[in-house]
Design a protein around this ligand. Structure first.
Ligand SMILES: C[S@@+](CC[C@H](N)C(=O)[O-])C[C@H]1O[C@@H](n2cnc3c(N)ncnc32)[C@H](O)[C@@H]1O
Length: 227
């Protein structure tokens, strides 16, 4: 899979993509992540990518012609999606991440400043994604969130396939994952539930299912409608 990110702040991605699971996935060639500087597609000597809004108002708007040139150059794969990160997009979910992880290429466009020319939204992109009901300074952090979530779903990226099976929002649970414990079995008089030390796998499974449901009811009752 190829993930292409179009940004005016390419250096922001250096740290997060050189660590942990995303870094390992790239090393194993399970994903190719390319960070593109939008300014490479400008034609003026100042390499400007934005301009003032028609009709007046604060801030600068990212230009459609430059984004169009970038996307056209980068679009290579047949099964691809061009995605704009925007607070006005559909909320990003695990289900969406699963769909995206099955594609050959995703192109993520990061807006900045006041936002992007409306024609980018209507003519260039296939989808708009928001990572939450709040406004970031730019789409870069959102692109990192989408990339990280998608990459760990690509087959072979996580060491143990089972880690994906029962985690929160997975198709198996729909809700939240059960509570987890590790050593020590007793800490400041707090004991690990006995059942987890019993070695009885069937009973542990049932206990976990019940805990998962209880947790979802307590913390995220809205998810129960989706189970
Ligand atoms: C300051 S925001 C622009 C907000 C825009 N003026 C509005 O009110 O909808 C600049 C850029 O940050 C990104 N962004 C901000 N919040 C986001 C969110 N919740 N999810 C995804 N991208 C976001 C988008 O790429 C956006 O173009």
């Amino acid at each position: 899979m190829k993930i292409d990110i179009i940004t005016i702040f390419p250096k922001m991605f250096t740290g997060p993509f050189r660590e942990s699971i995303v870094a390992r996935a790239q090393k194993k060639s399970l994903v190719e992540i390319n960070i593109h500087n939008l300014r490479d597609w400008t034609k003026d000597k100042h390499k400007s990518v934005d301009d003032q809004p028609f009709g007046g108002g604060p801030g600068m708007i990212m230009r459609v012609d430059i984004v169009d040139r970038a996307v056209t150059d980068i679009s290579k794969q047949f099964k691809k999606k061009i995605i704009l990160l925007t607070p006005q997009g559909k909320p990003f979910t695990q289900k969406k991440a699963q769909q995206l992880s099955k594609l050959e290429q995703i192109i993520l466009i990061c807006g900045h400043y006041e936002g992007v020319d409306e024609r980018i939204r209507t003519q260039i992109v296939d989808e708009e994604i928001s990572i939450g009901d709040y406004v970031l300074s730019g789409g870069e952090l959102a692109a990192m969130v989408v990339t990280d979530t998608v990459v760990r779903l690509i087959p072979g990226v996580l060491g143990q396939k089972d880690s994906l099976k029962e985690e929160s929002f997975s198709p198996a649970t729909g809700g939240l994952e059960y509570p987890q414990y590790t050593r020590p079995a007793e800490y400041k008089k707090l004991l690990v539930p006995k059942i987890l030390l019993s070695g009885n796998h069937q009973q542990i499974k049932t206990w976990r299912q019940k805990q998962s449901l209880k947790r979802t009811k307590d913390k995220r009752p809205d998810l129960l409608a989706t189970i």
